[in-house]
Design a protein around this ligand. Sequence first.
Ligand SMILES: CSC[C@@H](O)[C@@H](O)C(=O)COP(=O)(O)O
Ligand SMILES: [Zn+2]
Length: 215
Amino acid sequence: MMFADIATEEKQRVLAELGEVKRLFASRGWFAGTSGNLSIRAGEFASDSFNFAITASGKDKSLSTPEDFLFVDQNGSPSETTRLKPSAETLIHCEIYKLTGCGAIFHVHTVMNNVISELFWDRKSIPVDGVELIKAFNIWEEEAHIEIPIVSNFAHIPSIVPEITDRLDPRIPGIMLRKHGIYAWGANAFEAKRHLEAFEFLFEYVYRWELLQRK
Ligand SMILES: CSC[C@@H](O)[C@@H](O)C(=O)COP(=O)(O)O
Ligand SMILES: [Zn+2]
């Protein structure tokens, strides 16, 4: 969908929702040292044509300013003239939208997600066994076992993308970057937030349980 064809109200809705999520996550300390980025799609999705609003790069995300977000297209290029720079990790958002057709993507760095990504790096995924909160991912089997994929982290962002393409599991609405952070997505901001919160809960559960087993 062309950016010019998206209604002004839809663009305003997306910016308002992003602002709200950003403030909430900032209050949880989820944007340490300018880390993290958030995006919400605006308008219709086609795998080769879509637009989304994303956090501008390198900003203090605990502050709210008129220059917090900009719209980009499916290639990560600004949809309109702006002096703002999109997140350095915009290409990861582009790829996740393309692969899933989702409506929102939230990325945060936490100590817990960094520790757990290194703890399970050898197996390239984080195992979770039968924890109730797996249901937040719409997985309803009794005692479900899931594996949350972990991919390599490179300073050169385009190098991270092929591994995401390869490892993304359609059942699991998130992917971990090694010693970097989690990307979680959903059909809309409500769902992406639910998924992100569930991931962080499960990471802490798995970490604590793992420590108890090792005693
Ligand atoms: C300042 S450390 C975090 C960054 O390197 C990056 O991983 C990140 O999440 C934020 O980058 P940004 O370009 O602001 O979206
Ligand atoms: Zn990051």
